[in-house]
Design a protein around this ligand. Structure first.
Ligand SMILES: Cc1ncc(COP(=O)(O)O)c(C=O)c1O
Length: 453
């Protein structure tokens, strides 16, 4: 398998790259969809065998059986969860990252990649108004980003308490019910406790409610506050300025989860919603959500990266050559050691197109979202639950129950027309558009709404 046979190697590589090329340039993209395991077993059979299938058969299986059994999250009418709509350049460059065997964990091994990734992080950090000294790392996703940041928050709070001799051992995180599910999951991983804060009438975390929760539960028991800049279900941006003020007053770490919505920082029409983010101690945004990078990529940024380095650096004799150096080693800023240079597809696309193109693309999705909200308001069989802050719009079809929404979703998917799933809020079944794909048009929105008459 590792013997060098120039002709055979060319054929094997070309087979894979020509599929990648075709998929990257496909227009239109088929929506596709999951198949049952029984179907896949009968269509694909046993794919791992002692003798191997050979590249022709293996590629054929992928192209004709396995790939069509995966939804295309970059389809313009895929509006569920949070879609992934990479630029052509970002998606293509992911192939280069895989091909180049770059180790992205240390400067010693991946200086060029780390330099480039850090410039992409700098752009995001500057959008948030964080200081020049801020920095971080690209991690696989928002979940790992939230966990890594909260580990630093707790480590820092406990070190401070120890130094002050207070005997406090903070174990709580303050967040609202609207914070992403990963916050509760990651708190469980850390054996920390999430303490709920009430939202205001706009579904936001505010400083006033945060203060109440801290006072009722003992501020010394908390090590972090998680605010969200773009909740997943509704796209709500918390009142970051008032939350930051209370965090400052109580000496609490402010983590801002902008996994989905953080990209809105680049859009002048909504930038004001993020005021206060410049006070964050840590911040995440997933470029695989609304910054047009392929899976999987989360930018994790710390105001004081040194605190993260202290909390996360792994010590081992064989790593001394890296950890004892003064260089920037991305692996020291999050959980995990080995790392793919997963920020490079974003970097490449940013380098090619420039940041203005990003501003324009994000604004274009916001415009389509506002159009969707207007259309929903105009149609007498629909009702918006809330005006969108960012690019998520949640609405009800008057007269429908949970089964109607599900049947509609199933029908649109079976016809490979669109993928729009129901959501729930306060016990009610609703539906939701998440518009982060610049290829999603007003016509797409109208066509989907027409199917709900
Ligand atoms: C606000 C928010 N935070 C965290 C996450 C988790 O991110 P990931 O799925 O990349 O782990 C999501 C995912 O949708 C999210 O919307």
């Amino acid at each position: 398998m590792h013997s060098f046979d120039k002709d055979a190697d060319h054929v094997a590589v070309d087979k894979v790259l020509s599929y990648a090329r075709e998929r990257l340039l496909m227009d239109p993209i088929p929506l596709d969809g999951a198949q049952t395991e029984d179907y896949l077993r009968s269509a694909a059979g046993q794919t791992i065998t002692a003798a191997g299938l050979g590249s022709t058969r293996a590629m054929e299986l992928f192209e004709h059986t396995l790939a069509p059994a995966c939804l295309s999250t970059d389809h313009p009418r895929y509006l569920s969860f949070i879609p992934c709509a990479p630029t052509r350049e970002a998606a293509a460059f992911d192939v280069v990252v895989g091909a180049s065997s770059i180790y992205g964990g240390s400067w010693m091994e991946g200086a060029g990649a780390v330099y480039a990734e850090n410039q992409a992080l700098r752009w995001i950090s500057d959008l948030a108004g964080l200081p020049e000294s801020a920095g971080g790392v690209f991690v696989p996703g928002g979940t790992v980003g939230n966990l890594s940041a909260l580990v630093v928050a707790r480590h820092t709070a406990r070190a401070k308490a120890k130094e002050a001799g207070t005997g406090a051992r903070p174990y709580r995180i303050a967040a609202t019910d609207n914070a992403h599910s990963s916050v509760v999951s990651m708190a469980a991983v850390m054996d920390a406790e999430v303490c709920g804060v009430h939202v205001d009438d706009k579904l936001r975390l505010t400083g006033a409610e945060l203060r109440k929760t801290l006072e009722e539960n003992g501020p010394e028991t908390f090590f972090a506050v998680v605010a969200t800049s773009g909740t997943t279900n509704f796209g709500v941006v918390d009142d970051l300025a008032s939350v930051a003020e209370v965090c400052r007053e109580y000496g609490l770490w402010l983590h801002v989860d902008g996994a989905y919505g953080g990209a809105g920082l680049a859009a002048p029409s909504v930038r004001h919603l993020f005021d206060g983010i410049e006070h964050a101690d840590s911040f995440i945004v997933d470029p695989h959500k609304w910054l047009f990078a392929p899976f999987d990529c989360c930018a994790l940024i710390y105001r004081e990266p040194e605190l993260a380095r202290i909390a996360h650096t792994q010590e081992a004799g064989y790593l001394d050559v890296i950890t004892k150096s003064a260089e920037w080693n991305p692996t020291d800023y999050s959980i995990g050691l080995t790392r793919r240079a997963r920020g490079l597809p974003l970097w490449y696309s940013l380098a090619v197109h420039g940041t203005d193109a990003y501003v324009e693309a994000i604004e274009s999705t916001l415009e389509v979202t506002r159009f969707a909200a207007d259309e929903i308001g105009r149609r007498d069989y629909l009702e918006a639950v809330r005006e969108p802050d960012l690019s998520v719009v949640v609405f009800r079809r008057l007269g429908w129950g949970p089964e109607d929404y599900q049947a509609w979703t199933d029908r649109l998917l079976a016809e490979e027309f669109a993928f729009v799933v129901p959501t729930t809020f306060r016990g009610e079944t609703l539906t939701r558009f998440a518009i982060v794909n610049p290829h999603t048009t007003k016509e797409d929105v109208n066509a989907i709404l027409d199917t709900m008459v």
